[in-house]
Design a protein around this ligand. Structure first.
Ligand code: ADP
Ligand code: ZN
Ligand code: ZN
Length: 666
């Protein structure tokens, strides 16, 4: 008779707890159900992960109540959660919590949605037939079907430029999986979960499609989850958390835009859905397709070394042309016009021409609030850390430049150390300024701006795009929010105000981001009959990420970038683990971070440990934050070192420590 239960709790405690099962609950306590248990002075929710006949401790407490009649997590999800806890530095209970919808965890109402996802009713359904595949699409599908037929785990990297027909390959692969009586999950970045994407799936597969995204209310989310759990959906299309869809006959997982950083969760458990998908595909003996026009360096490296099978689609459907990309050297613009301006003459002329012809224009500036770098407008120099090759960040309070990886400091120069000019300036331009400059210069045109400031209100996102689509607005100014997926045939010109904003964010992935963003943003131009042009302004016109993007040449970019990753020992040659120390007092935080870094170094003299250094957002919601960065080839060994040190290390009262494995930013 099982009388005791092993309980995992959703707290950062790396162990299980044993509780006694009261007689009246003998039949109800099963593996995978949630229970209420006394925990110190509180009552909390726990997950039953094991049952025993005997107790290991005396004075054992009793389970208070059972919440679920049926298990909310099955064996597969329990194993997957276990894997997450071992790889992303969290407890098993915290990881289990991530696999079930938030609505049933707490039952709280969520914040309202910004993007309205239409509900498809049966009478709206117009079914569409599959396309006859082009040659390269067919090769891609044949490869994947081989793994489907063999029930084999294998990861495919599908590298194809935008509009090369990747999604059509996904749809037909899913169709084959369904014919075999199996199911499929397709992850897309949140921002790509547009009504068009969903309609494309629903019009091919009808009501066997479930959709999971963060704008669902908890109740809706729960209904979709239940539909999947009850076997009433065979295809799930969703954002990151959809990787935990409780399907019992999984036969295929697809991750579109696999390079997207939104697949990484920035809260506990800090998993990357791309890696979780790989583990889940392995457990289910099924293929995983990673698709992208600009694969992550990590994935392309694995494909080149045979860990993944690389499939390429090199041609666009109907041989549609890629837009022409022109690079404008802002140093030259300054030299000829003798003043620092937001818009070069080239971009101004092109805008005038497009607007006079009645066309639409997109102006892009990815200005992130905290990345203030110093840039010489004459020669283009940006000051970088000697040790890390990442951009130094200007800190107002101390009036110093700081490296956010290793904490190297230096005074900001008054004249450029390279060309000795006095045109060395802080880069402080944002979309709001761009908008006001534009309306001053073009008083008769209608301008709309889309960034996180203008889309706070529910529905505002849709309203802005609708105005642009209808032609009521001539110029759309925006951040990366407008880089993806938008399809406006009247747009013939895309202007990138400064490629340098992304290039100079203090991050080792800044070149990769720049290449991705330019490629995506460029894809917004010339989608109609009239073709299009992309104009990219920069003070670094010779940078390989900009040159390669202008030539639409991913391999050229990869071949340069991989050399610098290797030299500086960044991923894919190492794994990173970021330790964030935070507290309400600056001195206290810095000292605590220093003490922790020293304790780590004392335990392992060979470990590569950098910092502490102030975080890029050094102060968030009243907390000061310092980062310690561990670099190494063995992720598990680094986690083990951290666990060991953190379990004995005494930190001052009020100091909090968070650990992020494979962080996507500092
Ligand atoms: P990607 O996912 O690579 O951006 P899509 O699959 O969305 O590309 O294809 C781009 C467009 O071409 C879509 O409108 C799609 O319906 C169409 N398309 C895809 N494959 C074919 C094909 N074999 N023949 C004709 N049209 C196709
Ligand atoms: Zn200079
Ligand atoms: Zn440094």
């Amino acid at each position: 008779m099982t009388k005791f239960a092993e309980i995992a709790v959703a707290l950062p405690i790396d162990k299980l707890f044993q509780y006694k099962i009261p007689e009246e609950l003998y039949n109800d306590v099963k593996i995978g159900v949630r229970v209420f248990v006394p925990f110190g002075p509180r009552t909390i929710v726990g997950y039953v992960v094991g049952l025993n006949d005997s107790a290991e401790v005396a004075n054992i407490k009793e389970i208070k109540n059972v919440i679920d009649k049926q298990p909310v997590v099955n064996d597969e999800m329990l194993s997957l959660a276990k894997w997450i806890s071992e790889n992303y530095f969290c407890s098993w209970g915290e990881a289990i919590g991530a696999t079930i919808p938030g609505g049933i965890k707490k039952g709280k109402e969520s914040i309202g949605s910004r993007i309205k996802i239409p509900e498809v009713r049966p009478e709206d359904l117009i079914m569409t037939d599959p396309h006859v595949l082009m040659e390269e699409q067919k090769w891609a599908l044949d490869e994947i079907v081989r793994s489907i037929d063999k029930n084999e785990f294998r990861t495919y990297l599908l590298h194809g430029i935008t509009a090369s027909g990747k999604t059509e390959v996904y749809l037909q692969a899913i169709d084959i999986v369904l014919q075999k009586g199996k199911q499929a999950i397709m992850l897309v970045p949140e921002i790509a979960l547009t009504p068009q994407t969903i309609e494309r799936f629903v019009s091919r597969f009808g009501h066997r499609v479930a959709v999971i995204h963060s704008h669902l209310t908890p109740a809706k989310r729960f209904l979709e989850w239940k539909k999947i759990k009850d076997g009433k959906a065979d295809i799930v299309v969703g954002a990151r958390s959809a990787i935990f869809s409780p399907m019992s006959k999984l036969g295929l997982i697809i991750i579109d835009e696999e390079h997207e950083t939104t697949y990484k969760q920035d809260d506990v458990p800090r998993y990357n859905a791309r890696d979780v998908a790989e583990e889940r595909a392995r457990m289910n003996k099924c293929p995983l397709i990673l698709g992208s026009a600009t694969p992550s360096l990590e994935s392309y490296y694995k494909a080149k070394h045979g860990d993944y099978k690389l499939i390429r689609i090199t041609k666009r459907i109907e041989d549609r042309l890629l837009p022409k990309m022109k690079i404008v050297d802002m140093r030259m613009d300054l030299a000829t016009r003798k003043k620092i301006t937001i818009f070069s003459k080239v971009l101004l002329d092109a805008m005038e021409k497009a607007l006079n012809a009645g066309k639409q224009v997109i102006i892009f500036l990815n200005r992130r609030g905290f990345s203030t770098f110093i840039n010489c407008k004459k020669c283009g120099l940006v000051i970088k850390c000697k040790r890390c090759d990442v951009t130094m960040v200007y800190h107002y309070e101390e009036k110093r430049l700081v490296c956010h990886y290793c904490n190297y400091h230096q005074a900001p120069p008054d004249i450029c150390p390279k060309c000795k000019s006095g045109y060395i300036k802080y880069f402080g331009l944002g979309t709001e300024k761009v908008e006001s400059e534009l309306s001053r210069m073009f008083p008769n045109i209608k301008i709309a701006r889309m960034d996180s400031d203008t889309t706070v209100k529910k529905g505002s996102h849709d309203r802005i795009l609708e105005k642009f689509r209808s032609g009521a607005v001539n110029v759309l100014v925006g951040t990366q929010m407008i880089a993806k997926g938008l399809d406006f045939p009247q747009v013939t010109l895309v202007g990138v105000v400064s490629a340098d904003v992304t290039l100079n964010i203090p991050d080792f992935r800044s070149s990769e981001r720049t290449f991705n963003l330019l490629t995506q943003v460029g894809g917004r131009a010339g989608r109609g009959e009239d073709g299009g042009e992309v104009i990219v302004q920069t003070y670094a016109p010779d940078h390989y990420s900009i040159l390669a993007a202008a030539k639409h040449d991913y391999d050229k970019f990869y071949n340069e970038e991989i050399i610098s990753r290797k030299e500086l020992l960044f991923p894919p040659f190492t794994n990173l683990v970021k330790v964030v120390v935070r507290a309400r007092n600056d001195d206290l935080t810095r000292q605590a971070a220093q003490a922790l870094a020293e304790a780590l170094r004392a335990k392992d003299r060979d470990a590569m440990i950098a910092g502490p250094a102030p975080a890029p957002m050094a102060r968030v919601r009243g907390y000061y934050r310092y980062n310690i960065l561990l670099k190494g080839r063995d992720k598990k060994a680094m986690c083990a070192l951290l666990k060991k040190v953190l379990s004995v290390h005494r930190k001052p009262h009020g100091v909090l420590v968070a650990v992020d494995v494979d962080p996507i930013s500092m």
